[in-house]
Ligand binder design. Sequence first.
Ligand code: PMP
Length: 429
Amino acid sequence: MIPQGPLSQKIFTVAKQYIPGGVNSPVRAFRNVGGEPFFVRRAAGSRIEDIDGKHYIDYIGSWGPNILGHAPVVITNTIHEVAKSGVSFGIPNMFEVEMARTICEWVPSVEKVRMCSSGTEATMSAIRLARGFTKRDYIVKFNGCYHGHSDSLLVAAGSGALTHGEPDSAGVPKSFAEKTIVLSYNDPEALETLFAARGEQIAAIIVESYPANAGLVFPKPGYLELLSSITKKHGALLIFDEVMTGFRLGKAGVQGLENLTPDLSCFGKVIGGGLPVGAFGGRAEVMDLLAPIGPVYQAGTLSGNPLAMAAGLAQLRELERRSGFARLESLGAHFENGLRQLLEAKGVPHRFNRVGSMFCLFFADRDIVNVDDVMKQDLEFFRKFFWGCLDKGIYLAPSPYETGFISLAHTEPDLDDTLTVFEEVLGEI
Ligand code: PMP
């Protein structure tokens, strides 16, 4: 642990007086790494400056949305321009139609889409819709997958819930949690056994398309196909939570990479350009059950907000213009090659999982296929590594259960500088 600068320390003391734990989202508190957070003053491109004037290369990017880097001019200019005509209307506007059209064009499984204001709302609404469509109550989720903090989904959750050792939350009635069946990820037998016994009760499987809230884990070959076929066979829906992977790994997210067609998909992060956004969409037949034309109620004062829609569209257009996904893959590969060489040369036991611009380094000597493996990594080593890097100006997620992000603002020299710091830190541990 290193103490943060004097201003950050001072403000955190005040923050704790007025905000529970001093933060508005738990992982930000740095508790898992045994310390306190810094406060940000400003950020641009791949860099963050804290209020004490210290600079960092950032590998979190606001936890995913900032795929172009911090404060890209295309987004800040768009927000300035659009705001001159109004910041919220609660009346249909053109940007939300353009956003819906773009999502449907980029993601073939999505015929219709509804916007909301967070990933949590997107998954919560998709679950309600699946229950309304199938007229069944039970849902299936996987241990360590995080889908936001709605009651049904805060069961065996990942991300902050894991970080704080509370994968289940107090305040969720047992009768709600009982409707959520939790399975181990990457275990086809468990899935087949469950569906053989209770298939006709299950409304949906919800899955992080590539689980990225308990480190970063990939499906075994054929596993996602099994999710698809088993739901189809039993009349349940398959919901892909692409809040993190959507519009980050390609135009159609993981479903595009894996050539799969989920019934419903959830999005957020990148499509808001850094403003609060979520979305869920899928087959028209299912989506048309939503109010006002169907019986499943879902709504939002700020849903389709013009600033968020315009900022998100500016981000998507810029990604397309710059062939962003190919560039991000090339940056990711550069980082991976350098890191693998370094860790092998140093003889540090590790697994490095990466897809495009998403990565997770595990200090572990076994393959990581589910949350049980993730929990067995060397957490003390991670803590030392995290603080060593932060001290030298590299900002990694303050938890071993989070995925790192590279942005289009990162350069090869940024990545090489980061690897140099990694080398120094590993030498000091
Ligand atoms: N689903 C996934 C896969 C996520 O990673 C997250 C947030 N990290 C959410 C849902 C919830 O999104 P939000 O924090 O915007 O509510």
